[in-house]
Ligand binder design. Structure first.
Ligand SMILES: [Zn+2]
Length: 248
């Protein structure tokens, strides 16, 4: 896909990156990304992917914007309360970068509709707040070999990894059982840090630049401001990607 004179001007500061250039910019313009969740993580992910010029963003969230979301979900403003989050995201992103195509999806993610929700997307970004739905994304990542940027955040802390089966372990190897759910504390800036890291991983993958967090889990502790990386391997007994898993 050719770049327009406006593209060259809008993306000038990233196109002069030695690793980026015209080739990377064209690659991301041709890309389609699935963003699961338009909340605390999905907000910075969607904003930065749109600002960077990713061609199509398929944003999925079945929830409506609530007042208690606004400390962290910076895609949404006070006058968008009550609107579906995917639609609200579209309205915000149109103003950030009208050249990006945003497809709002207001369905609940399940194993029965995940393939159609993704459409032509070649990357999934996990911006969810619960593990049961994360496992739906992970199953699809393993089954259809679509890479998944995983992140989670709670309080001032979070974690992120780049999952690309069969090259890497899957999310179920890493977190075999869903931790308990419920209303947990969260500071918007912490979600912002993790979401920005996810956006960075997504852009590196789409542009074919940099070194991804494959097989590496990065813990970010905003309270002590310590970042720690831990390697992780495939679990041969993993029920999703291990030898015990049924072939699709
Ligand atoms: Zn696994």
């Amino acid at each position: 896909m050719k770049l327009s004179p406006e593209d060259r001007e809008r993306y000038r500061r990233q196109m002069i990156l030695p690793s980026w250039g015209e080739k990377a910019q064209r690659a991301i313009k041709e890309s389609c990304v699935f963003i699961a969740g338009a909340g605390g993580l999905g907000s910075p992910v969607a904003l930065y992917l749109a600002a960077a010029g990713v061609g199509t963003l398929r944003i999925c969230d079945c929830g409506a914007v609530e007042l208690s979301n606004l400390n962290r979900q910076i895609l949404h403003a006070d006058d968008q309360i009550g609107e579906n989050k995917a639609v609200s995201a579209l309205r915000t992103l149109e103003r950030i970068n009208p050249a990006v195509r945003v497809v709002p999806l207001s369905e609940r993610i399940g194993s029965d509709n995940i393939a159609s929700l993704l459409g032509p997307a070649r990357l999934m970004v996990d911006c969810l707040d619960n593990f049961p739905t994360r496992y739906v994304l992970n199953d699809y990542a393993v089954r259809a070999a679509v890479p998944l940027v995983h992140a989670g955040v709670s309080g001032l802390c979070g974690q992120i990894a780049f999952i690309q089966p069969p090259q890497t372990a899957c999310l179920a190897c890493l977190v075999p059982e869903a931790p308990p759910t419920g209303v947990f504390p969260i500071l918007g800036a912490a979600a912002g840090v993790l979401g920005c890291l996810e956006a960075l991983e997504a852009l590196k993958f789409l542009s074919g630049t940099g070194r991804l967090l494959k097989g590496r889990l990065l813990f970010c502790d905003g309270e002590s401001m310590e970042f720690q990386e831990v390697g992780f391997d495939r679990d041969p007994d993993c029920p999703v990607c291990g030898s015990a898993a049924r072939p699709a």
